[in-house]
Design a protein around this ligand. Sequence first.
Ligand SMILES: Cc1cc2nc3c(=O)[nH]c(=O)nc-3n(C[C@H](O)[C@H](O)[C@H](O)COP(=O)(O)O)c2cc1C
Length: 178
Amino acid sequence: MTAGPVRVLALSGSLRGSSKTSALLEAARIVAPSGVTVSVFRGLGDLPLFNPDYEDRPPAAVLTFQRALALADTVLICCPEYAHGVPGAFKNALDWVVGSGELVNKPVGLLNASAAGAHAQESLRETLSVMSARIVPAACLRVALSGPVQPASLLATLPEVTGPLQEALQTLARAARP
Ligand SMILES: Cc1cc2nc3c(=O)[nH]c(=O)nc-3n(C[C@H](O)[C@H](O)[C@H](O)COP(=O)(O)O)c2cc1C
C-alpha cells in the first residue's frame, strides 16, 4: 500500500493559453480535498506526433509524460470537443501510451467543461476503454462553464464548480486506494 496523499494527474485536452478546460483542472488543483494532490500536466503540447517507429526509444517529452502517468495513482481528464471528435493533440498524447501501458487499470475521471461535446466524450471513453483504463463513472461529470474563460482562482470560489470537482476527486481517491 502506497503511503501519502493520493496523486491525481490532471490532463487538459486544450493547448489554448486561455482555456476553460485547463482552468477547470487548475481549479481542481486549488480545491483538492485533504489527502489528495492534483498536478496539472503541462507538456502535452511538447509531444511529437506519434510514430510507432519510436515506441522503443521514446523522445524525451514522451518519457516525461509516461513517467508522470506512471507516478499518478489516478488521472483526471478534461477535454473539449473539436469537430465532433477528440482534439488531435490529445488523441496523439493517448496514442503514445497505448503500447507503454501507463493507463492500464488506472482509475480515470472525465470532466466536461462545456454544455455540449457529447461526441468527444463518447469517443474518449471508447479509446480509454480499449486502452484498459478504468473509467470511474461517478468521477465523470459535466461542469458547464458558459461565457468567457474565468480564472481558476475565481472558479475555485464557486460552489457549483468546487462541489462537483471535490466530489470527483474524492471518488477517484477512493477508486485509487479502496
Ligand atoms: C476547431 C474547433 C472545433 C470545435 N468543434 C466543436 C464541436 O464539434 N462541438 C462542440 O460542442 N464544440 C466545438 N468547439 C468549441 C470548443 O469545444 C469549446 O470552445 C471549448 O470550450 C474549448 O475549450 P477551451 O476553452 O478549453 O479551449 C470547437 C472549437 C474549435 C476551436
